[in-house]
Design a protein around this ligand. Sequence first.
Ligand SMILES: NC(=O)C1=CN([C@@H]2O[C@H](COP(=O)(O)OP(=O)(O)OC[C@H]3O[C@@H](n4cnc5c(N)ncnc54)[C@H](OP(=O)(O)O)[C@@H]3O)[C@@H](O)[C@H]2O)C=CC1
Ligand SMILES: Nc1nc(=O)c2c([nH]1)NC[C@@H]1CN(c3ccc(C(=O)N[C@@H](CCC(=O)O)C(=O)O)cc3)C=[N+]21
Length: 300
Amino acid sequence: MTATLIDGKAFAAGIREKVAAHVAPLKSDHGLTPGLAVVLVGEDPASQVYVRNKGEQTREAGMASFEHRLSADTSEADLLALIDRLNADPSVHGILVQLPLPDHIGEAKVINAIDPAKDVDGFHISNVGLLATGQKSMVPCTPLGCLLMLRDALGSLSGLNAVVVGRSNIVGKPMAQLLLADSCTVTIAHSRTRDLLEVCRGADILVAAVGRPQMIPGDWVKPGATVIDVGINRVPAPEKGEGKTRLVGDVDFASAVEVAGAITPVPGGVGPMTIACLLANTVTACCRANGLPEPEGLTA
Ligand SMILES: NC(=O)C1=CN([C@@H]2O[C@H](COP(=O)(O)OP(=O)(O)OC[C@H]3O[C@@H](n4cnc5c(N)ncnc54)[C@H](OP(=O)(O)O)[C@@H]3O)[C@@H](O)[C@H]2O)C=CC1
Ligand SMILES: Nc1nc(=O)c2c([nH]1)NC[C@@H]1CN(c3ccc(C(=O)N[C@@H](CCC(=O)O)C(=O)O)cc3)C=[N+]21
């Protein structure tokens, strides 16, 4: 059996169209342009690519993009001062501070300085608490993208066994909350989990968010399961030429595709959905800030 491919790239393009369709009347009828500020501290080349892609897609959807590139030695106080200015700026509806931050800057302090209403990453403690208690919040983009693809592939998720491998604040934990809210029976696995193979084999839905290239082989996958591969790992690709690299996920795609019922590829799976959901969250934040109806079907 060969799994159905879940085409995140096409799905994301559809979301961006819906976002653009919601943005146009905000402008023409209300004179509002949703604005997204992205803050990048340091020169990490991978982060620079994401920041550029986000900017391009934000403008394509008719929204305003504000990019703040700060040097790696920027002080925590200067970063907090920038966040204060963005919080107070009425043209900015969403604020994203690219993670990870340099070691001398307190990540939690910075995230919790963002106005929760503008926290389009959904990382502020207030949004985390709202999500955990089933209240309206800003939902983290990567898990939201995974959830939208899962609902599209499976319809109702109710009663399914979901295993999330990884317990980070940005992917694993919020993913588990969303699956729980959709009535899955959720297991969160991590580096101390015993017998990960058996845990994974019990999953109707397997979400891999580990950051270890191709660590989950096909024989860890239950036949017919839906596999969502969040991992983005750059590995050497000598077959493409000396010094070349390619992206692979946390799942060994070649073996897993033979066992799974449906699977996301890397690239072209979760990654494009993350950016599309970021745009969706920015429009949602703009609508909430102005007491206007928010787009439907683009949040949890
Ligand atoms: N597609 C997208 O849009 C995005 C992709 N990513 C990618 O997703 C991956 C995960 O990201 P992130 O959550 O930030 O990563 P973190 O490094 O913050 O978390 C990784 C998690 O994996 C667990 N882990 C590590 N090794 C093992 C192991 N051998 N067995 C089981 N669990 C293990 C860790 O466990 P423990 O807690 O015990 O250490 C930890 O909980 C990365 O590849 C990242 O690049 C991230 C964000 C967005
Ligand atoms: N505050 C914050 N929020 C984030 O959401 C956040 C972050 N920090 N730090 C880094 C991670 C990683 N991340 C990705 C987004 C898109 C792709 C993406 O579009 N990937 C393409 C490939 C891109 C390429 O070719 O390099 C794909 O998978 O098809 C990947 C990774 C968001 N993150």
